[in-house]
Design a binder for this molecule. Sequence first.
Ligand code: AMP
Length: 421
Amino acid sequence: MPSYQRPPGTQDILPEDQPYWNRVRSLSKHLAELAGFERIDTPIFEATEVFARGIGQGTDVVDKEMYTFVDKGGRDLTLRPEFTAGVVRAYIENGLHVEVKPQKLYSIGPTFRYDRPQAGRYRQFTQFNAEILGEQDPAADLEIMTLVWDLYAGLGFRDLEFQLNSTGCPRCRPTYVKALKTYYEKHDGEICEDCQRRLERSPLRVLDCKEEQCQPILEKAPRIIDYLCEECAEHFSSLREYLDLLDRRYVLNHRLVRGLDYYTKTVFEVWASGIGAQSALCGGGRYDGLAELLGGPETPGVGVAVGLERIIIMMNELGVKPPAPARPDIFLAYLGRAPRKKCLELMAELRRADVGVYFAMGRERGLRSQLREADKREVRYTIILGENELDSGKAAVRDMKSGDQVDVDLNLLVTWLRERV
Ligand code: AMP
């Protein structure tokens, strides 16, 4: 056992895993920019208050999962457990609300939650996050949903389907909450302890209870979409119409909720089977009350957060192979001090010409050992330079596949190689 191990719930992303990460990062960036999203990077830590208010007391994330610390200046800070609250804070602080509306912003980076580690669930994980700020139009919800759909489809995931619900707004939700509570009061003795607590603090959360004893009760519980006000109902039906129009499949899931008042209207997820207990590939929705809550102007918003680790697990499961990484095609081998120096010059010159190259490191190595390394690195050509070659002004160039060797004039070597790799 090595003396030090990575902390529980973290990962080392080794070179062999990087092609998967590059593929997901570059496709998400490409699709976001294609849809007019612009990148925003916010700090990895924020004042704790930003998340406590922006995600909300009473959520598991804020109550149990935040990495919170006091810095040497006595500030109460937290490693971001998600992006939205920080992005909205930046939107307000930098006056983005006076720019063209809506603002379409995306980010990619690490997020932290003190969660119970298991397959697909980490303490440091990576999110691709997209937000549309300053627009109520259900077309904004559609754009956010299409963005993640296109990402999964582009990676080769099939049989996609959204889980979809509307959670109303502060105008219509209280009527629903009342009906839900009245219904649950009739089943008082039958529900789990957590749900009894939830009914007090965050009643909508009873809907995503996983306890077996609550399931029969949940099945017959009133459904929020039967209680939507005209505006929310109209927003929801437009969104569904647009999803149908673009052939993006969804199922209505009456149990999909977010517990807090500033989450409004649309809520959605995409699920995947086979990622341990964790099946949500992404989660998103509308939060028309959030900016005001963080001290900004009234700003409707809709966004999504996509977990990259879960995507990569899926890619592996489905056998989706990312493109191989670009590695140098050339290896510089030599014998003797002067040839070694010449190879260092060649190395610099080739890289200036944008040609990737390995230099054989280690002093006084035999040619066989250098060629073995070249072989392991799977290069196409090995340049071999000894005193004789240097004197004659030519380098031996070995084609590593065929084993053929040709002499190439040292002055023409860079051009010769550039034409071939
Ligand atoms: P949430 O804000 O909880 O809806 O999370 C958004 C997305 O982030 C989820 O759909 C997951 O893909 C991912 N995610 C959340 N928590 C974790 C975690 N602990 N480990 C890995 N991915 C996570």
